[in-house]
Design a protein around this ligand. Structure first.
Ligand code: AGP
Length: 364
């Protein structure tokens, strides 16, 4: 991809529109049908290590941290290794206990984010094993880590991350599948995930066909006082990223909460001027999510659901194609990137260069 805008009015729009091709690229040459696994050339992690590690800790900032949260869930689900993600900036300042049986993974688009790089250096000084999930080839974090997975999103110019976030989530799915197949994920499940991964580019293109309707919805949200984003488990990092995206590019205040936490406080914020975006996949938590929609409706809150089927309690539903449940977060975030983009467009914001923000934060 060139740096040319290629007929788009902003890089953000260009980069959202490129995602089907970008995902195709992160998958290319890596799917191994014979063994129902993936080939990750630069990973540098042998089967014995993959079997014996006891934890995975993922570190990144901003959107990279959210993609890391998706990755941690995928690793737990597919490889059954306890995994979590933490902002790199928090990790490095809390004098962490560095555990020799934990695999640390630094995640970054630029590979130059100071806090993430400093976390890697601190880990290495203490003898930690650190891999990278990085977009920019040869960047500082790519060089400092012991190996890893390149994200292959191509150049991302807009300050706000879109295609790199999506590709990073897919790169984590590859890593989770790889670890899973070394551990206890069956051939059948391995094949199921591979088939799901192959469907992603076509399904992303399908979501993009709904852009006009999302633009109309965004125009309605442009005068919102604040917005609430909710999701459960797989849907929660999607809600966090969508909330960040809206804040960064439209300057509308937004909160992201696990749907289950609403009743523990934030429900007090719900009123007609504070719309809610709810992530409602057709998974084992569907009924719980529907109960949340009812709670919001009872407080006269306007609801936009991102779901696999029309949601009766929602005022509007954006229906996304079904894939394998573990891959839902990859698809569910995409309409919400469009929502943030069109809300910012309706408000006349400087979309590619939001105020006060830099593409990569290379200072403390
Ligand atoms: C993304 O929309 C942000 N601009 C920001 O949160 C970014 O993800 C963060 O600064 C980390 O950057 P990196 O991925 O280059 O490390």
């Amino acid at each position: 991809e060139s740096y040319d805008m290629g007929g788009h009015d902003t890089y953000m729009h260009k980069e959202i529109a490129e995602q089907a091709d970008a995902v195709d690229r992160v998958l290319r040459g890596r799917l191994d049908d014979r063994f129902a696994t993936v080939r990750l050339g630069g990973l540098n992690l042998d089967a014995r290590e993959a079997r014996t590690m006891r934890r995975v800790k993922i570190l990144g900032c901003g959107s990279a941290y959210h993609a890391g949260q998706i990755g941690a869930q995928m690793i737990e689900e597919l490889a059954r290794i306890p995994a979590d993600a933490e902002p790199a900036s928090e990790f490095r300042y809390r004098n962490p206990v560095v555990d020799p049986d934990t695999l640390y993974i630094a995640v970054s688009q630029s590979g130059e984010t100071y806090d993430t790089l400093a976390a890697v250096q601190e880990l290495k000084r203490k003898g930690g094993r650190v891999l990278g999930v990085v977009n920019v080839v040869g960047s500082a974090i790519a060089r400092e880590t012991d190996g890893g997975v390149y994200v292959h999103a191509g150049p991302e110019v807009c300050v706000v991350s879109t295609k790199c976030f999506t590709n990073t989530a897919v790169a984590f799915a590859l890593l989770a599948l790889h670890l899973g197949r070394i551990r206890d994920l069956s051939v059948t499940d391995g094949k199921r995930i591979i088939e799901g991964l192959r469907r992603l580019p076509g399904q992303i293109a399908e979501i993009m066909e709904g852009e006009e309707r999302i633009a109309k919805l965004a125009a309605e949200f442009a005068d919102a006082k604040s917005m609430m984003f909710v999701g459960r488990v797989r849907g929660f990092p999607v809600a966090k990223e969508a909330s960040l995206k809206l804040k960064e590019v439209s300057y509308i205040h937004a909160e992201a909460y696990p749907a289950s936490e609403l009743k523990h406080g934030p429900l007090a914020l719900i009123e007609p001027e504070v719309p809610t975006v709810a992530i409602v996949p057709d998974d084992e938590l569907l009924e719980k999510n529907r109960a949340t929609l009812e709670e919001i409706k009872a407080r006269s809150g306007r609801i936009l659901a991102v779901a696999h089927s029309e949601q009766e309690k929602a005022d509007d539903t954006i229906v996304v194609p079904r894939n394998e449940p573990e891959l839902d977060p990859v698809l569910m975030g995409i309409p919400l990137q469009l929502l943030a983009y069109h809300t910012a467009l309706a408000l006349g914001r400087d979309i590619d260069k939001p105020r006060n923000l830099a593409k990569s934060v290379t200072v403390e």
